[in-house]
Design a protein around this ligand. Structure first.
Ligand code: C5P
Length: 287
């Protein structure tokens, strides 16, 4: 048996604009994805000579069956590599990243499994297309870069360098499945004003983050006005975060929101202020 212990980081969307809808129903977007120190951990083992997939989960509730992206990633890898009949895969997943959260937890777990299986089986397959078929955020996590300007459905990636930040994440208590959030956008996109569109990122021109200045990336997220008017928890979290700083936003299609700070002390104060007001509040930082 061969075994690897791997870490699967969460990401924040530092701004998110939906730029169009594709013929397959997926949406084109523009966003900056930035990994943070919050992560899931996975132990991935392969046993040659036998077959089957086993998944054990601990931590934040997560299904230990075929509906988990971890399982799907293992199955897709074994099939693509042509080794399903003679390789068994066991994954122990310890989940810290809430799901759904808008933090890419499931996609990050899937990418971690694909990367681990490639190493363990020494099989070279095209992970990028496999990743894309599993989920729109998987290609970003396969890249193993801290920060990227992301376009297309999520598969066009340009690594960028941003200033380091400390952050506080807040779960608004709402349960918002991603497809529902996109459907809301489809049904209401006409209501969005130009003002909440993100201007083009000038990806290589991010300046330093000076005292008292806003974070050098616009953190507007087009899902926010839609979700804020429909989900009380999102509205409350947005209100509380905006009291603390101008540097706050919604990650993905929620339900987690975040606030960015220059120092760990500011983040700690914010965490103390928010603790108890929401079901889950966590301080972490950029990688
Ligand atoms: O790819 P992923 O599994 O994250 O997508 C979940 C759902 O979110 C999709 O079925 C689709 O409804 C929506 N989605 C989308 N466009 C994207 C990403 C997700 O429409 N770029």
């Amino acid at each position: 048996m061969r075994q690897l212990l791997v870490e699967a980081p969460a990401k924040l969307n530092l701004g998110l604009e939906i730029t169009g809808i594709r013929s397959d129903g997926f949406h084109e977007l523009k966003s900056i994805f930035s990994t943070v120190s919050l992560s899931d951990s996975l132990t991935v083992s392969v046993d040659p000579g036998v077959s089957g997939i086993k998944l054990q989960c601990s931590g934040v509730a997560s299904p230990d069956n075929k509906t988990n992206l971890v399982w799907m990633a293992a199955e897709a890898f074994l099939k693509a590599a042509g080794i399903s009949e003679n390789t068994a895969v066991t994954v122990s997943l310890h989940k810290n990243i809430p799901s759904p959260g808008g933090l890419g937890g499931g996609s990050s777990d899937a990418a971690a499994v694909l990367l681990a299986l490639q190493k363990l089986t020494e099989t070279r397959i095209d992970l990028a297309s496999l990743g894309e078929s599993l989920g729109s955020d998987v290609p970003f996590f396969l890249l193993q870069t801290e920060t990227a300007f992301v376009t297309g459905r999520g598969e066009i990636l340009e690594p960028v360098k941003l200033p380091d930040f400390h952050c506080v994440l807040v779960h608004s208590g709402e349960n918002i499945p991603t497809p529902l959030a996109y459907k809301l956008w489809d049904d209401n996109a006409g209501d969005l004003t130009e003002a909440c569109r993100i201007s083009n990122y000038t990806a290589r021109k991010f300046g330093a983050w000076h005292e008292g200045k806003p974070f050098p990336v616009k953190l507007d997220n087009q899902f926010l006005p839609l979700l804020r008017s429909r989900y009380r928890g999102i509205d409350l979290a947005a209100e509380e975060l905006s009291r603390l700083t101008v540097n706050w936003g919604l990650s993905g299609s929620g339900p987690v929101l975040y606030a960015l700070f220059r120092s760990g002390e500011e983040a700690k104060d914010a965490e103390e202020y928010l603790a108890g007001k929401f079901p889950w509040v966590l301080r972490c930082q950029s990688r």
